[in-house]
Design a binder for this molecule. Structure first.
Ligand code: DLL
Length: 432
């Protein structure tokens, strides 16, 4: 089952030709409309006319999250704001989040990609899709929503949270597909058990899960508990949101929608492009985006491109599941968290020492974050009430900065292990 067979199964030669045409347009768009790109190209002595073949892509400079931040909020946009119809953003680090924009045509492209993705996951116009990705600045909710409507499926825009209600609605409204993060899918399954609802009472058949790393083991677990077939969906705000790549029902790697994105895998240390099969950092170039074209965007996600034809008939290259990141970004309950965000809150608080440990764990299927921090010598011998007050203040501040709940534990001075090399500040106990 395809949504758009012509493009999804395009012969490779034709696909490469299309990519080249679209790449040239994208490079021109970026060069002439975005000062950052013009500068970066000129530093390398390049101009749009130098891109004559797909291989020439390798001459172009990389783009990083830092470039987006340096041009915060709208400096990387290639169209005037009057053309922008939607703004999303991804969670920030110490400072600013990354802001992304869409023209009307970008929204249309995104809906097309998400329609393809949901069909890969098993959806048809007859499905009832319970969309439990968060709606809002996060791209998950609205991204899936538009794709589901494009197919003509019935979408339930329930967003995340209120799990008992999720179960009730799943049962009463006869949802046939669930879309959310994999950890939330497991949590829903657990709450279902607690409520005494059996999977046989549901009409659920398919799941499309992503936005955080997960494993084949976790897939089996979710499939068994919910009685469904589950696929992995990948994407990132800077590139478009969900709908960059997805598994087909073969569940053997994620097809990257190559008529809209060119993937490369590089050695993160040298920037050298690696041959298929080798593990490195995924770099993506958009081919059709108007508001925010990205050229050789370094995703920081670790994967490999997989060679060989897929029995499903799609000709788009597959990538292995994302196994981690080259930076220290954590994904906790689907929210991107950088340890540096936490550090800057702790350092601003007063009363604490710059020694802390972040403990990430999974209770049931919900991620938890505990922040252990040493208090200053003077304070520790102080009254309990003052310590409690400090703990409360830190927790509140962290929760407002990160947008997730946090447990704060104050510990005695000099109790957190010191390291002789790089400090190890994160203990990730989750087994996924
Ligand atoms: O997470 C977009 C999305 C929404 C994807 C819904 C899939 C489903 P951001 O918030 O910008 O966008 O976070 C992007 O999340 O660079 C990866 O590190 C991680 N990520 C996304 N999908 C997967 C996945 C959305 N399937 C960052 N496996 C990316 C592993 C993933 N990691």
């Amino acid at each position: 089952m395809y949504w758009n067979q012509k493009y999804e199964c395009m012969p490779r030669e034709e696909l490469r030709q299309l990519q080249l045409e679209r790449l040239k347009v994208t490079v021109e768009r970026a060069f002439y409309n975005v000062p950052h790109y013009r500068r970066a190209f000129q530093e390398l002595g390049l101009e749009p006319g130098d891109i004559k073949s797909l291989e020439d892509l390798q001459k172009l400079p990389f783009t990083t999250k830092q470039d987006l931040r340096d041009n915060y909020p709208y400096g990387m946009f290639a169209v005037p704001m009057s053309e922008v119809v939607r703004i999303h953003s991804s969670s920030g680090t110490t400072g600013k989040p990354t802001v992304v924009g869409y023209t009307r045509r970008d929204i249309d492209t995104w809906a097309e990609l998400m329609a393809r993705a949901l069909v890969c996951g098993g959806a048809t116009r007859n499905d009832i899709i319970q969309n439990a990705y968060g709606y809002g600045l996060f791209t998950g909710g609205l991204g899936i929503h538009y794709g589901a409507e494009r197919i003509g499926a019935s979408v339930i825009p329930i967003s995340g949270g209120n799990t008992k209600r999720q179960v009730m609605i799943m049962k009463d409204y006869c949802s046939t597909m669930l879309t959310c993060t994999p950890s939330y899918a497991l949590h829903i399954a657990e709450v279902m058990e607690e409520m005494g609802v059996k999977k046989e009472e549901l009409k659920l058949k398919y799941g499309v899960f992503g936005a955080e790393p997960w494993s084949d083991n976790m897939r089996r677990e979710i499939e068994r508990k919910l009685g469904i077939s589950a696929v992995d969906i990948y994407g990132l705000s800077e590139v478009i949101g969900p709908g960059v790549a997805i598994e087909c029902q073969e569940k053997n790697g994620l097809h990257i929608f190559e008529d809209h994105f060119i993937p490369e895998v590089i050695d993160p240390d040298t920037g050298r492009v690696l041959p298929p099969g080798q593990v490195g950092e995924l770099v993506l170039t958009s081919l059709t985006k108007e508001a925010l074209p990205v050229i050789r965007y370094r995703t920081r996600d670790i994967t490999a491109l997989l060679e060989g034809d897929c029995p499903c008939g799609r000709t788009h290259v597959r990538m292995a599941r994302i196994t981690g990141r080259t930076d220290d970004m954590l994904i906790i309950r689907g929210v991107n968290v950088f340890p540096s965000q936490i550090e800057s809150v702790l350092l601003e608080m007063g009363g604490t020492e710059p020694h802390y440990l972040l403990i990430v764990d999974r209770q049931g299927s919900l991620d938890t974050l505990e922040v252990q921090v040493e208090v200053s010598e003077g304070l520790f011998s102080d009254e309990v009430r003052r310590l409690e007050e400090l703990e409360g203040r830190i927790r509140q501040e962290l929760e407002s900065v990160l947008g997730i709940s946090v447990k704060v534990t104050l510990v005695e001075p000099k109790t957190i292990e010191r390291s002789e090399g790089k400090a190890k500040r994160v203990l990730d106990k989750r087994k996924i």
